[in-house]
Design a protein. Structure first.
Length: 407
């Protein structure tokens, strides 16, 4: 099967992310290789956009808010150019741009790619392969990943397991073997993060399970009625998992304690953010650019300046980088995409895409920062799918035949 430009972009970006993990394990660093991989990933994404030139032109007449959103992103990228040639700390911002930051903003343009079933098929297969890799890595190293609250166990789930969300949301399309592996992957990553008391990860993967169940229930078609056994399979896994958690509830005391404290651990940095932005009200509207920073006090990421370049809340981070214009336009185009997917679509895939977007907005409450990972890319792939009239009208029988993994 020929690989599309869009999928090659995703594949190479994920290789770069996995390379970072390998380098951290062996305490080595190959920055030139990382720069090269993200450059190639960006190149293939731009090639994919070129092939969609006609569709992009039509958007000017069909969806003004999506056009304005991407125009604002282009302005943010152009505004960042002077920072790339600032020699501070040996051109650190230029290196950050090459190390994935630039690609993160190109990811947003997945929203205007013409839906391609071959691309979706590759994305499903790749997500499944990553899920298997997660099981191969995590099961034998389970004790290592969960004994130390400050190790990298959380990161492996983010990189390898988050792509399985789209498989679970469309589980009625896939074979029982694919469903079983997908469910086990999500339940395993949930257990790891519950033991590590990573509230955001628990919220994310719990949301995946929640929407997987209810979207498949609410999508009442003849196709879905014939696949009730798959819904029963998901329910059985979830009930067994809930029983195991209940019986071993003492193992998750730290998670329960942190859940009860709410956002106390981040109140200080949020207060600093509000204090800094209130001193410059226009920044609430326009943001401070993709290299935007604020006074971070003792939590500063740059000890020399006392500034911090991110905040662990997706909504505030969007405002930091692009202001309420960025957040507002993203909310508008996402709301329309969710409406199209849940209400106007005739198939499970588009409803699953709507679920992915909803999960992203839930995820941003606790973290949900942009990253060059599959977890973030799928959000804008989903937005693009929900804006396609032809995809909205496809039947489940057709999509299941074209996209379903029957391994």
């Amino acid at each position: 099967m020929k690989l599309t430009y869009a999928f090659l972009s995703v594949l190479i970006a994920q290789v770069a992310v996995i390379l970072d993990i390998i380098q951290s394990v062996f305490d080595v660093n190959f920055p030139i290789l990382r720069y090269f991989l993200y450059f190639i990933a960006a190149y293939y994404l731009i090639k994919a956009l070129q092939k969609n030139a006609i569709k992009i032109t039509k958007l000017i007449h069909q969806n003004i808010f999506l056009v304005l959103f991407l125009f604002w992103i282009i302005l943010l990228l152009f505004a960042s150019i002077p920072h790339l040639f600032d020699g501070y700390r040996n051109y650190i911002k230029f290196k950050q741009f090459l190390s994935g930051l630039g690609y993160i903003y190109l990811i947003l343009f997945f929203a205007i790619l013409k839906p391609n079933l071959l691309f979706y098929k590759h994305l499903f297969k790749f997500s499944f392969i990553l899920a298997i890799l997660y099981l191969i890595i995590t099961i034998p190293l389970f004790s290592y990943f969960t004994v130390d609250l400050y190790n990298k166990g959380e990161g492996y789930g983010t990189v390898f397991a988050s792509g399985v969300s789209i498989l679970l949301l469309t589980f009625s399309y896939h074979s029982k073997r694919v469903i079983n592996i997908s469910i086990v992957t999500v339940l395993l990553v949930l257990v790891v993060n519950m033991l590590l008391a990573r509230r955001n990860q628990v919220l994310y993967f719990s949301s995946v399970l929640f929407f997987s169940y209810y979207i498949n229930i609410l999508h009442k078609t003849d196709y879905m009625r014939k696949r009730k056994s798959k819904l029963i399979l998901l329910s059985s896994f979830f009930l067994c998992f809930s029983l195991v958690v209940y019986v071993n509830i003492d193992q998750f005391n730290l998670l329960l304690e942190r859940t009860q404290t709410g956002m106390e651990s981040r109140e200080h940095i949020v207060d600093l953010f509000f204090e800094d932005f209130n001193s410059s009200p226009k920044d609430w509207i326009f943001g401070r650019g993709i290299f935007g920073e604020f006074q971070g006090g003792i939590l500063a990421t740059d000890e020399n300046t006392g500034l911090r370049n991110s905040i662990e809340n997706g909504y505030l981070n969007l405002i930091l980088k692009g202001g309420c214009i960025y957040l507002g336009l993203l909310t508008i185009i996402s709301s329309k995409a969710i409406y199209n997917g849940l209400i106007k679509s005739k198939n499970l895939l588009c409803k699953a895409f709507a679920g992915i977007i909803l999960i992203y907005f839930i995820d941003m409450i606790g973290f949900g920062l942009p990253s060059p990972m599959l977890r973030y890319i799928i959000v804008f792939v989903a937005i693009g799918g929900c804006y396609s009239n032809s995809l909205l009208q496809c039947t489940d029988e057709f999509l299941s035949n074209k996209l379903g993994l029957k391994l």
